[in-house]
Design a protein around this ligand. Structure first.
Ligand SMILES: Nc1ncnc2c1ncn2[C@@H]1O[C@H](COP(=O)(O)OP(=O)(O)OP(=O)(O)O)[C@@H](O)[C@H]1O
Length: 710
């Protein structure tokens, strides 16, 4: 590998002014950058100059065109601090230059007979006046070679160049001549600098440095569901978000129609990741928690771990299925009598029974079958009319279907079901529950989920989060939940079977990216293996992938946290780390009365370093720590609190229960044993907490550390 740095102290951390006399190759790259910027400006001006006065549509379509153009103008902005390109490949490719502009997920093949071509890779496509690419979108087919080419399999690439940026200025590059047998792999300083760059603010994209094993998941095609098991910091979240961006590029129209969604564990996590997709130009992707996904009833109470576990058990699906269908009368005693003018038409009860049985045997939702029942009964009346020599048309059938006698009979034999009322009845009425749960739940289990105080109404009921999932399941039994084109579900190891079903039905005709780590499962119902979770998600077709290279946590800290692994996930091997940071771990034993103050002092010391700081502790300890931080005069925000004033504070006080998925440059953890004791899966919670650090981890404790950590 050869490298050039105009700024000899090249380091992505310190913005510096450009060196006065760069080497000619760097000068040429800067010239290409200037030309690309100018081209981007032209693209934007051309779009702004579009004459939309006569697009010829109606008001609605005109508005839509205007808003699309505005989006496009915004997307063409040249952001001063975002490098327009980060890499270049010179190579010989089949189908070039189509592979640089096309969106279809085609495999790019090497073609030695082609002339050498050069592509700069960036966040967005830029072309010159003739339409020739000056910068190629990182998602274009040819960009795959940038991420995946190796010396063994160069994929047509002869030169791979990575660029180093200092602030907004191009200051360095590194070359790999992949077909040069004499050259050996060397560690990339630019890659290392990007990975080491301090984390300030929300999560950022990783387009410049996606690794081959990550790229394979990012570019998995739309039809494929991928399940990624990955240790802390291996890039699962990053990969999931980049996969959505890639899918939107490759299948924009289809996904524009069907929609995409990212499901994360809590609001703090969603706040943390919310900038990644917009930074990649994708603003249409929905982001939600599972709780918000199924928010059909207001959650006002919490379940005991046992009740929560049972309500999340897949057996509840069968109980609910029986409950929804329990109202159907299979052998109606009544016949149908419809009076029209002077004529009376009777459908005997045995014919009604046959219609009901026919609908029951079909694989349709309860509500759809109920709608059909109106029509089938009306049809039975029409058959009689025809037999009597009349010739009724469709309008007559519709009018009979809507007539009072038909509606009354349908209400009697196939009553309407309100999902929330049904679940309320199930959880309040012991007899009804017993009838629906017979042979599925034991008597003790039924007693466990019955509400001690029956609710008076849906609005006032003390719904729990698990109840809301039951209501969602019931709603789907009544009317099919529309499916999106693609769903990314993060921290999937924490989902109950019933939550998995709720997520799964939202991508039943689409695909999913399922991300998680069995060792980080902290809910009472956390998954112990992926095949089971995938079965509940309805995605047994998923490809399982594993990420084992960590990009966040330095070796020393990871080794410390991994001492817990044999106790929390015996089957999992510890992750490796791409980062060495000797001295990154410190453990301080302090006086029991002084823990809060010592933790605040530690936070104060960490604030002297560059980057974000997190102080993490058991949820119950947060108020005392907040007081200690105030006493020390340290501005901070408390995660989970909506305090816009504190939003920009560099120090975050983090309840352990909200730490999942987040990261901070420097972390102080107060009293690990209290974190372990706070919940049944406390050891796993501690593992999550200890693996949030990018550069420094300071543990402050007065009580003995958990023995598993010693
Ligand atoms: N290829 C990469 N280049 C640069 N940074 C990367 C790369 N992959 C991951 N990272 C960074 O590593 C950190 C961890 O990534 P991410 O949060 O996606 O990991 P995770 O597997 O979801 O972790 P956890 O399970 O602990 O939540 C992030 O800062 C991310 O930007």
């Amino acid at each position: 590998m050869s490298a050039y740095a105009a700024d000899p102290s090249f380091d992505a951390r310190t913005p510096a002014s450009p060196a006065p006399d760069p080497d000619p190759a760097l000068a040429a790259e800067r010239a290409h950058l200037d030309a690309s910027r100018a081209a981007l400006r032209r693209m934007r001006e051309d779009t702004e100059a579009l004459d939309l006065t006569d697009v010829g549509g109606n008001e609605v379509s005109n508005k839509l065109v205007h808003s699309l153009i505005q989006d496009r103008i915004a997307a063409l902005a040249d952001l001063a601090d975002t490098p327009l390109f980060f890499g270049r490949i010179d190579g010989r490719f089949a189908d070039a230059p189509e592979v640089a502009t096309g969106t279809a997920p085609v495999e790019v093949a090497a073609d030695p007979s082609r002339p050498l071509e050069r592509f700069w890779i960036g966040r967005r496509h830029v072309h010159d006046n003739h339409g020739d690419p000056m910068v190629v979108d990182w998602r274009a087919p040819v960009s795959r070679s940038f991420y995946r080419a190796t010396r063994i399999d160069p994929l047509g690439v002869e030169l791979r160049r990575r660029f180093g940026w200092t602030g907004g200025t191009l200051t360095a590059f590194e070359d790999e001549h992949l077909t040069d047998a004499a050259e050996h792999d060397a560690k990339s300083v630019i890659l290392a600098a990007e990975i080491e760059r301090p984390r300030v603010g929300p999560m950022r994209d990783i387009v410049a440095t996606i690794q081959p094993e990550q790229d394979e998941i990012v570019r998995a095609d739309l039809g494929e569901t991928v399940c990624v098991q990955g240790a802390p910091g291996t890039g699962k979240t990053a990969v999931g978000l980049h996969r959505v961006a890639w899918l939107l590029y490759a299948h924009r129209e289809r996904l524009h129609r069907s929609g995409t969604l990212v499901v994360g564990p809590n609001r703090s996590f969603l706040d943390y990741i919310q900038q990644v997709l917009p930074a990649l130009g994708e603003v249409e992707v929905g982001q939600t928690t599972v709780e918000d996904l199924v928010a059909r009833v207001p959650v006002k109470a919490a379940d005991s771990p046992e009740a929560g576990r049972l309500k999340g058990d897949a057996r509840m699906a069968e109980v609910l299925r029986r409950a929804v269908w329990s109202g159907v009368v299979d052998a109606p005693a009544e016949s149908l009598l419809v009076v029209r003018g002077s004529r009376r038409w009777r459908v005997p009860s045995y014919d009604v029974e046959e219609v009901v049985a026919g609908l029951r045997s079909r694989d349709v939702r309860y509500g759809a079958a109920r709608d059909m029942l109106h029509q089938r009964l009306a049809h039975a009346v029409l058959v009689q009319m025809e037999r009597a020599g009349e010739s009724p048309d469709d309008r007559v059938q519709d009018s009979v279907a809507r007539s009072r006698p038909v509606r009354d009979l349908v209400n009697a034999v196939w009553p309407a079901v309100d999902p929330a009322k049904l679940v309320m009845r199930l959880l309040s009425d012991a007899e009804f529950l017993a009838a629906c749960a017979d042979g599925v739940l034991t008597a003790d289990e039924q007693a466990l989920i019955l509400w001690t105080k029956p609710a008076r109404g849906v609005g006032s009921a003390k719904w729990t989060a698990a109840d809301a999932v039951l209501v969602d399941e019931a709603a789907d039994l009544v009317a099919r939940t529309p499916s999106l084109g693609h769903v990314v579900v993060d921290e999937a190891q924490d989902l109950s079977a019933m939550q998995c079903r709720a997520v799964g039905r939202r991508c039943s005709t689409g695909s999913a990216t399922v991300l998680g780590d069995i060792a980080q499962g902290t809910t009472p119902w956390a998954a112990t293996d992926w095949p089971t979770t995938l079965r509940h998600l309805g995605r047994t077709d998923a490809r399982l992938a594993e990420l084992t290279r960590g990009f966040r946590v330095p070796r020393e800290i990871l080794d410390f946290a991994s001492r817990l692994l044999p106790h929390i996930a015996p089957g999992l091997a510890p992750a490796s780390s791409v980062r060495e940071a000797p001295g990154s771990l410190a453990v301080h034993t302090v006086d029991p009365q002084a823990v809060d103050k010592a933790a605040a002092d530690e936070a104060s010391d960490l604030l002297k370093l560059e980057g974000s700081v997190g102080l993490i502790a058991a949820d119950a300890q947060i108020p005392a720590l907040a007081a200690a931080l105030r006493d020390a005069g340290l501005r901070h925000r408390i995660l989970g609190d909506d305090d816009p004033e504190a939003e920009a504070a560099r120090l975050s006080l983090v309840p352990a229960s909200l730490a999942k998925g987040l990261e901070f440059d420097h972390i102080a953890v107060a009293e690990p044993t209290a974190i372990v004791e706070a919940e049944p899966q406390g050891l796993r919670r501690l593992y999550v907490v200890l693996t949030r650090a990018v550069s420094t981890l300071a543990v402050v404790h007065s009580r003995p550390l958990p023995p598993e950590l010693e």
